[in-house]
Design a protein around this ligand. Structure first.
Ligand code: SF4
Length: 513
């Protein structure tokens, strides 16, 4: 690959070598300095891409035409490398291609920092990165595949046409999905057998003199295994060095925020505060609340108390759907004093917290309702807690019972449990939405409980008064990603930093006494 003269001078030879192929194994971390604004923009855009990989992966058969088309579109829109030139030695579109590969490289490493922190985060990140890699590797022309393998010291060579012909019967007999006709048309790779143990174990390849002869469509299995193993080890190593990285006070809030972030609207901004009456909440919880909020509401009504995790998750959600501060105080007060908390204790121990949530105390910050990613990936509920995401945190049997209780059909329950099994929690929730709203296919990608509420109101035709959130501006990180101006992105980075600090402060404030 060649870059424009200016770029070549600006980057070292090793840098040019690093970006010499559209696809990377991300073996070497980036060594250059980058601005914080670029750091955040790259991270947010990769997160968007990985979220699309997750959504598309369940909606379509992997590597099907529609799947590939969707990911092509997303890579193109977000300026990540896709559909590499047929001949990599041709001059590429100069800086643009270079910039795309650089962004691919740097953004991957930033998310490694953000997503190495817990096992859940690591699992999610590896899954999406492996799927993204599979899509991109499969899309490479055969010559570039071979080039990629050689660049990464995977010395697998294709066998010659003569050798293929001489081994025709053996290759047909030992490999699934190849026949006498297809053998003629496809490449076979000659790989040391220890690199293809999965295929050897399942007797899917021809073995000769210590080499496995792997059909073209199976080589991806080997490369993916290698990619997954390398990434998993790298994340474990990154986690070990994380304390040093997090000691940088500029990076810590950014990384924490990223690992909790979802990319979407900001549901904290209320334009029609108070349009929902307290009397409506019971019926709305049955019709339009996602399962996480429905179970919190039910618990609150039954036990007249929620622990701090539940109060935070549910309180911010209610604020996001339009409860005013006065309504929130009245709502929580009336429920708590029906339990073990008297009015005096409520005013002393809990009212301050609710005012704080509305930005009327402490830093006077307007707190953001939790996204699905935050609910799913952080602060898992323990014994006695009712917060969290039921699709992620409930035992499957318990989830089944809940769904039965909410009158979801047996076939619907099976579909939901299947999605949960594949760790597609938001898609399971989306399926719950479709089943409880009697629609074939939801027209949105779920990433926020408040989005669920708005979409539900829209479907039920009652969203006129409460659809203000759809007009809300994008959250700071999202707009940062979309805008080109450095100062705007700096502002977004600062806002993000502030948000992370505020959330931490609020979390500690809400601890039960
Ligand atoms: Fe709530 Fe999101 Fe889980 Fe649905 S996927 S239950 S909206 S956290």
């Amino acid at each position: 690959m060649q870059f424009s003269g200016r770029r070549l001078k600006a980057s070292s030879n090793s840098q040019a070598e690093l970006y010499g192929h559209a696809l990377q194994f991300y073996g070497q971390p980036p060594l250059e300095n980058i601005a914080l604004s670029e750091f955040e923009t790259f991270a947010v855009e990769r997160l968007k891409l990985l979220k699309t990989v997750e959504n598309v992966g369940v909606s379509y058969v992997k590597l099907s035409e529609q799947y590939t088309k969707k990911l092509d579109g997303e890579c193109k829109a977000l300026n990540f490398p896709y559909r590499p030139e047929a001949d990599d030695r041709k001059p590429q579109s100069g800086p643009n291609e270079y910039e795309k590969r650089r962004k691919d490289h740097i953004s991957h490493f930033i998310l490694r920092l953000a997503y190495c922190q817990t096992e859940d985060l690591r699992r999610w990140f590896i899954q999406q990165e492996v799927d993204l890699f599979r899509y991109r590797f499969s899309d490479l022309p055969p010559k570039q595949k071979l080039d990629f393998l050689h660049r990464n010291n995977l010395q697998y060579d294709t066998i010659s046409v003569e050798e293929r012909k001489s081994l025709l019967d053996k290759l047909v007999n030992s490999s699934y999905a190849v026949s006498g006709i297809t053998v003629e048309d496809q490449d076979f790779y000659k790989v040391p057998f220890q690199d293809a143990l999965d295929l050897v174990r399942t007797r899917r390849v021809y073995l000769k003199a210590g080499y496995a002869y792997i059909p073209h469509q199976d080589i991806v299995t080997i490369v993916l295994n290698d990619f997954r193993t390398r990434l998993s080890k790298a994340l474990a190593l990154t986690a070990r060095s994380l304390p040093a990285v997090l000691s940088d006070e500029r990076l810590q809030p950014l990384l924490n925020h990223l690992s909790h972030a979802y990319v979407g609207q900001d549901y904290s901004i209320q334009k029609n505060v108070g349009k929902i009456s307290l009397e409506q909440i019971d019926s709305l919880s049955g019709k339009s609340f996602p399962l996480c909020m429905r179970q919190l509401h039910q618990t609150l009504r039954e036990s007249h108390h929620l622990r701090h995790g539940g109060r935070m998750q549910y309180g911010l959600f209610l604020k996001g759907i339009g409860l005013s501060l006065e309504q929130a105080l009245q709502f929580w007060r009336s429920e708590f004093i029906r339990g073990k908390v008297d009015a005096d204790k409520f005013d002393k121990a809990y009212a301050y917290g609710i005012r704080h949530m509305f930005g009327k105390e402490g830093k006077r910050a307007d707190y953001t309702p939790y996204s699905c990613m935050k609910v799913i990936l952080s602060n898992a509920p323990s014994q006695g807690d009712h917060h969290g995401c039921p699709f992620r945190h409930s035992d499957p049997e318990l989830l089944k019972q809940k769904l039965q209780f909410y009158k979801v059909s047996p076939s619907g329950i099976s579909q939901i449990l299947e999605l949960v099994k594949g760790m597609h929690y938001q898609l399971a929730c989306q399926k719950y939405f479709e089943l409880t709203h009697n629609i074939e296919e939801a027209s949105f990608s779920l990433n926020h409980p408040n989005q669920y509420f708005i979409e539900s109101q829209r479907v039920l035709g009652g969203g006129k008064d409460i659809k203000r959130e759809t007009d809300a501006p994008q959250r700071s990180q999202d707009s940062a990603a979309g805008r080109g101006s450095g100062s705007a992105r700096e502002a977004a980075a600062n806002a993000s930093q502030g948000l992370a600090e505020m959330t931490e402060e609020l979390d500690s404030f809400f601890q039960d006494a």
